[in-house]
Design a binder for this molecule. Structure first.
Ligand code: FE2
Ligand code: FE2
Length: 251
């Protein structure tokens, strides 16, 4: 951006984005302030399952953080300054999620599973960041948020440890704001999509979902069962939610 580009000096004040940013400011919280001294004893079987389940999410929350950093200059260049404002809050949220997962491994005195085992998630990050359009990235981010939301919900329900329950509840609050941001953005943008664009979005979303299906019903299946979750049910919920959202946008 040229230094003399002062368009941002005239705010547009999109009511929805400002309301969402206010909510984001009011809902800020800190992983470090959770009651970690009340961690308690973790069930060894649950702990083993969670190590394998949270390791790929360490990759994806890191990816979300990086995605925000890539998307910010693009939305700024598009002149959508109110949406940019919300993206700044989202980047802080994603950084907190990554921090929180790291904290889990430290508190549980555990080491994440080898990065080679999590290549599939690295591939998903690459698929998400392919292309150069902000709206395509955001659609993938929304799908990932739906997936993460369902998984974090299952994790929260699987455990009694106070700081861990509170941490996942905090993640869910953040994700629900990201979800709302995507809805605000696409309610407006998707109306102007060409039939080819709609088709491309559907297909791209389907590919992403397919990769997650392979993980949830494949290598992570036994770990989900181990923590008391139902992989089939979880994936069905995810697929239905993504489909419903695509229909709402008219994709
Ligand atoms: Fe996240
Ligand atoms: Fe998110």
């Amino acid at each position: 951006m040229a230094l003399n580009d002062l368009h941002y000096h005239q705010p547009e004040h999109h009511e929805g984005y400002y309301r969402l940013y206010t909510r984001a400011s009011q809902e800020q919280w800190a992983v470090g302030a959770l009651p970690w001294q009340q961690l308690g004893t973790l069930d060894p079987d649950w702990r083993d399952g969670m190590i394998r389940l949270l390791s790929p999410l360490l990759v994806s929350e890191r990816g979300a953080m990086q995605a925000c950093a890539t998307m910010l200059p693009v939305i700024r260049a598009q002149g959508e300054y109110d949406a940019e404002l919300v993206m700044h809050a989202m980047m802080l949220d994603e950084a907190r999620h990554w921090e929180g997962l790291n904290r889990f491994f430290i508190e549980a005195r555990a080491t994440p599973s080898d990065i080679a085992e999590n290549r599939d998630m690295l591939g998903i990050n690459l698929l998400i960041m392919r292309g150069t359009s902000f709206d395509q990235w955001l659609w993938c981010i929304q799908i990932s948020d739906i997936i993460a939301g369902n998984l974090y919900n299952a994790f929260r329900n699987s455990c009694q440890s106070q700081p861990i329950v509170e941490m996942f509840a905090g993640f869910l609050r953040d994700e629900s704001r990201h979800h709302r941001f995507c809805q605000l953005y696409f309610e407006e943008k998707a109306q102007h999509f060409t039939p080819e664009q709609r088709k491309r979005f559907r297909e791209h979303g389907g590919r992403l979902l397919g990769k997650f299906e392979k993980m949830v019903l494949g290598r992570l299946r036994d770990d989900l069962i181990r923590i008391g979750a139902d992989p089939k049910k979880i994936f069905h919920k995810i697929a239905t939610a993504v489909d419903r959202q695509a229909d709402e946008y008219g994709l």
